[in-house]
Design a protein around this ligand. Structure first.
Ligand code: GDP
Ligand code: IMO
Ligand code: MG
Length: 430
């Protein structure tokens, strides 16, 4: 039995969905611990693509319990749409999906505030997904949020929502000239989703505690990535939650002493969506090729992802912050055919060399990456399932990365499908 946390190691979209779906085979519970429908976790099943935004990536395995934790911010419309899409694919969600009674709800005014802020001139544009994530977490921290447990009592819900609505309406109008729908419209809409959602709400702390006590295998699913963490990422160009491993404890109510392992999902190159520093970003044909071959378009917003070489400074930072026990390398097949493959070993700025992540985004923005080069491989790695079958230079790339990072790889992903995976060691303790 073990509790395993899976975190993204870069700026999100590392392939967490595919990996969690693969690892879920041996899990009893898959639990999402933070973020909201800003996340897009892609899973391919029998040639069909599913993009999950809120529902944990274990949902396509029969008999696995999927938990949406208290650390997640939930948009009721997005949740219900996703539930319907999954049910249409033949998955029975009843008894499979449980939603924390302590999760904060994203309201229409959160989305409006997110979009207005991004358009307005007063704030630094972050390039958010426009899903209301930041404003919703802001209300949570300000103790003004509305939680899933509040859906159970319509009278209380209405009072609380009215107080919030009055404030948001004034602020949005005066600062951004943004109008909100009438209160009754907003309330009725929320009530229309309530019936569907409320049946799934439970005390997930108790549930998680019991599952851990029973010795079940628990997989904790992070959204976004280490560099988007609100405390440790490239602030202010981050999301508004703790996507790092610690977020699994606060976002699910699991004591730190119960976490057995932390796995980091890392792409064989780097991508980022939205604004913010990205030292190894490429604006040449190599970056373009990564984007094309890797289909690097946001799974949530469809925006093109910025692409660049693998960054060891980012990887080391993530390993130390999250306490990574083993890594999962994804999308190695996207590097097939590159004559040389580069890896950033440090940053140069104002005559100084950084091997640790600087806090200041202006410094990071102006850092020059220091590269080491590897010979590429011309053979295809797509769908390879045995390590020995990887081309020599691909193996050298993997082994050199592992040595430089002093961390083993437990899995290598060679394509978007579940079975396109090289398994090097087990995720859970036997
Ligand atoms: P997540 O947010 O970390 O779950 O990642 P996304 O789903 O947003 O983006 C990862 C993209 O890469 C998706 O389109 C996946 O289907 C795809 N993908 C995952 N692993 C691999 C891989 O090993 N090779 C290739 N070519 N595609 C992959
Ligand atoms: P998954 O789980 C990649 C980025 C946005 C923006 C910043 C803040 O699929 O890896 P937000 O809407 O969260 O306030 O936007 O964070 N971002 C992601 N980038 N993958 C994600 O999730 C992301 N979720 C948010 O592009 O730069
Ligand atoms: Mg994604």
């Amino acid at each position: 039995m073990s509790v395993v946390v899976v975190v993204g190691m870069q700026w999100g979209d590392e392939g967490k969905g595919k990996i969690i779906d693969s690892l879920a085979e041996d899990a009893d519970v898959v639990a999402r611990y933070q973020g909201g429908h800003n996340a897009g976790h892609t899973i391919f099943l029998d040639g069909k693509q599913f993009v999950l935004h809120l529902i944990p990536s274990g949902i396509f395995h029969k008999n696995k319990l999927c938990v949406i934790g208290n650390g997640v911010v939930l948009d009721p419309a997005a949740l219900v749409a996703e539930m319907r899409a999954i049910e249409e694919a033949g998955v029975n969600l009843r008894d499979r999906l449980v939603i924390s009674d302590r999760a904060n709800i994203i309201m229409t005014y959160h989305g409006a505030s997110d979009k207005s802020r991004e358009k307005g001139s007063g704030f630094q544009k972050i390039g958010t997904t426009g899903r209301g994530i930041g404003p919703s977490y802001a209300d949570k921290i300000a103790r003004a949020g509305i939680r899933t447990c509040d859906l159970r009592d319509a009278t209380f819900l209405k009072e609380r929502l009215q107080a919030n609505y009055r404030e948001k309406k004034k602020v949005l109008k005066s600062l951004y000239d943004t109008d909100l729908p009438e209160f009754n419209h907003l309330f009725d809409e929320l009530m229309s989703y309530r019936e569907t959602i409320v049946k799934y709400i439970a005390d997930t702390h108790v549930l998680m505690r019991d599952k851990i006590k029973q010795g079940k295998n628990v997989l904790c699913e992070g959204a976004q990535g280490t560099m988007l963490d609100v405390d440790h990422g490239t602030y202010p160009f981050v999301t508004s939650s703790n996507s790092t491993a610690g977020g699994a404890c606060t976002g699910l109510g699991i004591p730190p002493t119960k976490v057995d392992r932390v796995l980091g999902v890392i792409k064989a190159y780097t991508t980022r969506v939205g604004e913010g520093p990205f030292p190894t970003e490429l604006s040449d044909e190599n970056g373009q090729r990564m984007g094309e071959v890797g289909h690097e378009f946001g799974a949530t917003t469809g925006r093109p992802r910025r692409c660049g070489w693998f960054d060891l400074v980012v990887a080391r930072y993530g390993i130390n912050l999250n306490g990574i026990d083993a890594l999962v390398l994804t999308k190695i097949d996207v590097l097939d055919g590159f004559k040389t493959v580069k890896v950033c070993t440090g940053y140069k700025h104002a005559g100084k060399i950084f091997s640790d992540m600087p806090a200041d985004p202006v410094v990071l923005e102006n850092c020059e990456p220091i590269y080491t080069e590897f010979d590429g491989w011309s053979e295809s790695t797509i769908g390879i399932r045995e390590y020995d079958q990887l081309p020599d230079n691909a193996r050298r790339y993997v082994e050199r990365l592992s040595a430089l990072l002093e961390t083993p790889f437990m899995m290598i992903s060679t394509g978007p499908n579940r079975e396109q995976t090289i398994q090097l060691s087990a995720a859970f303790k036997s």
